[in-house]
Design a protein around this ligand. Sequence first.
Ligand code: AMP
Length: 380
Amino acid sequence: MSTALPPGSVIGIVGGGQLGRMSAVAAARLGYRVHVLAQSEDEPAVQTAGSFTLGAFDDQAALHRFAEQVDVITFEFENIPAEGLDLLSSLKPVRPSGEILRISQDRLAEKAFMAGADIPVAPWLAVTSADDVTLSEERLSWPVILKTTRLGYDGKGQRRVHDREGFLAAFEELRPHPLVAEAVVDFEREISVMVVRSADGSSGCSDPVENRHRDGILDITLAPAPIDPELACKARALALRIAERLDLTGILGVEMFVTRDGDLLINEIAPRPHNSGHWTMDACGMDQFEAHIRAVAGLPVTDLMRHSDAVMKNLVGPDDMALWPEIIASPGMIPHHYGKTEARPGRKMGHVNILFPRGALPGEFGVQDALGCLAERPGM
Ligand code: AMP
């Protein structure tokens, strides 16, 4: 337990991306000031924060300058080097704790944590040498997914391989070693849950949502996921269990596979606001960014209560951004622009939320219809 930060306190956010940008807006609504640690003045969160420090995440002097100006520290980016985390933790309260970031930075640490907490995951093994191909063949059969343990995101740093040759080629290409080999899950759908625990002891979570990817990047989130209520309860309970076992303070995205047998396997956790939680910005009273700031500041949190159903569509790269004028002119599309100037291919530039009355999320055709100019285009 800890006392709530009074309005006017300064929340330090490590990272200048869009998650920091939207967290800073939420913090401002609660009366807090935000100070961001970023790499350049152009970054999305610098534009919405009151002040900022520029510096690399391993620049001890910059970390010192940043910490001096804030009351509490949180992250929008989890790949902070361990020494940087230790330094920040020695200077100011860090929420979530450096220990949680260490676990989520490293797939092997994450798998070990899941095993210790009895959380179901796909069969896996650590791959430290090319000889592990035999063990992989015996234990996981083909195909498998080889993943780097660190710095993988949006499907980067992983390869699906179908035989020994493919395994050995991917082992040579993917760095750093060790790698993780995972059995390919024949999933029915991918879902995620946002779970939050405040420094004051309160907690809550969102409804599970369905996530669809394109080229390894989240494309669409459907809220709620069209799954039966029992499975939704199970998904929420798993997310809460993970948060409790981690002793989380803050928000955590939990990605899961729904298998063809109707079981849940945890894919990944991210101890920060998450792209698959962006729908909450318009479809919940308290969205994921407010929930995160509340948790970090020691204010009470509840479940992220959904007043509407929603479709979230990511705006990625120049093709989607070419449609911005049409998006802005489309009634019912709620636009969120991240303030990035250059729309490189594969870069997340913004998203839109489209709301439906609670319980009225349409089927496939209705979703495409509602997406209007953003509907799937043949050949894309
Ligand atoms: P990750 O970076 O681990 O979240 O993986 C990115 C995407 O790759 C996931 O959202 C899935 O679509 C797919 N994927 C990852 N691991 C597996 C797996 N073990 N089986 C099937 N698909 C997977």
